[in-house]
Design a protein around this ligand. Structure first.
Ligand code: MG
Length: 379
């Protein structure tokens, strides 16, 4: 059953360029379809999060990550009576603005853009769907609904929000100035993102050999508890030489978190009973973990950060990836004709260079780097 505070596609604040409806699809389903057909979405398959693409074929890419976020988000939305399609659209689009090479690439690009307004990946995702995709005769971008765009812009600096507000009064920048919240669906997509990456980074981390089960058990009591629970139900698991025990643990970890968010959020929605989506936007945040699960998720995040993201081997690749982005930025700034013509001719050159680099896959960036510098970045 649809919750009163769910986003209703019939009452959407609409698109910046009004378009007639396209039944039987709702406006949010239509957003999702536009995202799935975009070029930026296809590129996600060759963009990485923690591990660079050539390190192994089985690690998550941003595409598989986005699909996992969408799937977790839909499950929770259904249980809560929120709009599944809106959560799905936001989840599938949330990483469209990510640079190649995960966070390393993004930090490097932000540093390169320091004196040109910086680089924020959430804002870049919005820029992709608002401007950079070119598939329609009548407008740039995908012309998505306000609700999907609002969810994509998860974070935004005040300076950027003011610039957005100047261009689009009362638009998606407004809430960062008012201190209000995005829709419950956007809040849900955000939490689904955290649940997805915590779980799959445990999987990828252990697979890579950089993260040990001992460290996870020592530092994350919830992990130890679920690891034991899996073996209790299936004593043969402890003898299994494969990875079933880990998978059984990760499955329980995801289920525990999903169940916790659904129970906590359902209770909060029942208690506050916001009569519509806009009232829910005024806060407080209703989509959340219970305090003990929040603590467990934060413990897990801290362990992943210390033991995996800051592992010397990951840091080594990260430093090389950052150098690739830096070198590309300098090369294109000096020789814009090396970019695709529509970027080469743009009036704001640093921004065009950032857009061009942000759109690259890991592979393309590595190849361009070799072409322009003659160096092999990852050897
Ligand atoms: Mg994400």
């Amino acid at each position: 059953m649809r919750a009163a505070c769910a986003s209703d596609p019939v009452r959407s604040r609409g698109r910046r360029r009004p378009q007639p409806p396209a039944p039987p699809r709702t406006e949010f389903q239509r957003d999702r379809d536009r995202i799935v057909h975009s070029t930026a979405f296809r590129r996600l398959v060759y963009k990485t999060q923690v591990f660079i693409n050539h390190e192994g074929d089985l690690f998550r890419t941003r595409l598989t990550h986005s699909l996992e976020v969408a799937q977790l988000g839909r499950s929770m939305a259904r249980a809560l009576g929120l709009d599944e399609d809106l959560v799905e659209a936001i989840a599938l689009a949330h990483d469209l603005g990510h640079t190649p090479f995960g966070h390393a690439g993004q930090d490097a690009l932000h540093a390169c853009m320091a004196s040109h307004g910086g680089f924020e990946h959430n804002l870049q995702s919005l820029r992709v769907v608002d401007r950079l995709e070119q598939r329609y005769a009548d407008f740039d971008g995908l012309n998505l609904t306000f609700e999907t765009r609002e969810g994509i812009l998860k974070r935004c600096s005040r300076a950027r929000a003011e610039a957005l507000e100047a261009r689009e009064p009362g638009g998606v920048g407004r809430r960062f100035l008012d201190g209000t919240l995005p829709s419950l669906e956007a809040q849900l997509a955000n939490l689904a993102d955290e649940i997805a990456y915590n779980a799959h980074d445990v999987d990828d981390g252990v697979r890579s050999g950089l993260l040990s089960l001992e460290v996870l058990r020592d530092e994350v009591p919830l992990f130890a508890q679920l690891h034991d629970a899996a073996a209790r139900g299936h004593p043969a698991l402890a003898q299994d030489t494969g990875r079933r025990w880990l998978y059984e643990t990760i499955r329980r970890l995801i289920t525990a978190q999903i169940d916790d968010v659904v129970a906590t959020t359902a209770a909060l929605i029942a208690e506050r009973a916001p009569p519509d989506a806009d009232t829910a936007r005024r806060g407080p945040a209703l989509v959340r973990f219970s305090p003990p699960m929040r603590e467990a998720a934060t413990q897990l995040k801290r362990t992943l950060f210390r033991a995996l993201y800051r592992h010397p081997q990951v840091m080594h690749t990260t430093a090389r990836a950052a150098a690739v982005v830096h070198d590309l930025f300098q090369a294109y700034l000096a020789h814009p004709e090396e970019m695709r013509p529509d970027f080469a001719d743009a009036p704001n050159r640093p921004r065009a260079v950032a857009d061009y680099i942000a759109g690259m896959t890991d592979r393309f960036a590595t190849r361009e780097h070799h072409r322009l510098t003659g160096r092999h970045a990852f050897e």
